[in-house]
Ligand binder design. Structure first.
Ligand code: G1P
Length: 291
């Protein structure tokens, strides 16, 4: 079956970015001039995804407005002859993918947010894309997972080697031999292990391709780490009855889920954005001399 559907969980409270996220969704924080969630939706589209469900919560209306049209703004841009900006604005509404929304009423964990998508997924294989990581590679990471699925028809989770002292921030896999150059069999999936207990340095990085049986497991999933329903725990259970592979990502990953990563990503993207790259490069060089 073709993989056509994506879930983007976006219900988190964004406490790492307070006070900026007191009344604004963290998914709307811009990288130069584009909100983080638009990068994720564009990755989905570039990977051949047709239907996206964004799982939102309170204070997340701005996300819906962003992907909707804004006739007043569009009229104004047209009247004032700003055709480039008009095109940019309209392209977001005419992405060519269907975007749906549902709400997670309580912050009960990633597994609970994903479970909200059960009837949307309706028995098809699907992907989950987390908004805290932006991925860059020749082939989008979500498409890489879909390409794996087309060969194996099995669930596949994206992982990446991270510095050992950082493993406790992630779900981590215990690899069990390779079946292809970038594809591991997995013994266990462990959510945020202590650094000295981690089975490897291969961390789950926010792109998952799953078969729909995950919902039967999530339905009965008990709270795990932090008292939350953990997606990683459900994946570990599923791995006991059907294969769940780990795909090692070799591209670049930008973690926009914390302040330092967000600032670094803004600089990196500012250095390639045609409107900012020259001035920013000059500024950074001069700043470097002073620091
Ligand atoms: C979630 C997952 C974790 C994964 C991480 C990737 O954690 O629970 O397994 O490694 O995303 O970003 P969170 O960052 O939401 O705490």
């Amino acid at each position: 079956m073709k993989v056509r559907k994506a879930i983007i969980p976006a219900a988190g409270l964004g406490t790492r970015f307070l006070p900026a996220t007191k009344a604004m969704p963290k998914e709307m924080l811009p990288i130069v001039d584009k909100p983080v969630i638009q990068f994720i939706v564009e990755e989905a589209k570039a990977s051949g995804i047709e239907d996206i469900l964004i799982v939102t919560g309170k204070n997340k209306r701005a996300i819906e407005n962003h992907f909707d049209s804004n006739p007043e703004l569009e009229q104004d841009l047209e009247k004032t002859g700003k055709s480039g900006l008009l095109k940019l604005t309209q392209e977001i509404t005419d992405l060519g993918v269907n975007v749906y929304y549902t709400r997670q009423p309580y912050p009960a964990g990633l597994g609970d947010a994903v479970y909200r998508a059960r009837s949307f997924v309706a028995g098809e294989p699907f992907v989950i894309m987390l908004g805290d990581d932006l991925m860059k590679d020749k082939v989008p990471l979500t498409k890489q997972l879909i390409n794996d699925y087309d060969k194996t028809h099995a669930s596949t989770i994206a992982v990446m080697k991270v510095p050992h002292k950082e493993v406790s921030k992630f779900g981590v896999i215990a690899p069990d031999g390779k079946i292809a150059p970038d594809l591991y069999n997995v013994k266990n999936f462990v959510e945020k292990p202590a650094v000295d207990k981690a089975p490897s340095d291969l961390a789950i990085i926010g792109r998952y391709l799953l078969t729909p049986e995950i919902f039967d497991i999530l339905e009965h999933q008990k709270p795990g780490r932090g008292g939350e329903i953990q997606l990683t725990d459900a994946i570990d259970t599923m791995n006991k009855t059907q294969r769940v592979f780990a795909h090692v990502f070799k591209g670049e990953r930008f973690d926009v889920g914390n302040k330092e990563g967000y600032l670094e990503t803004s600089i990196q993207y500012g250095l390639i954005h045609p409107e900012t790259r020259d001035a920013l490069r000059k500024y950074i060089k001069e700043l470097g001399k002073k620091l």
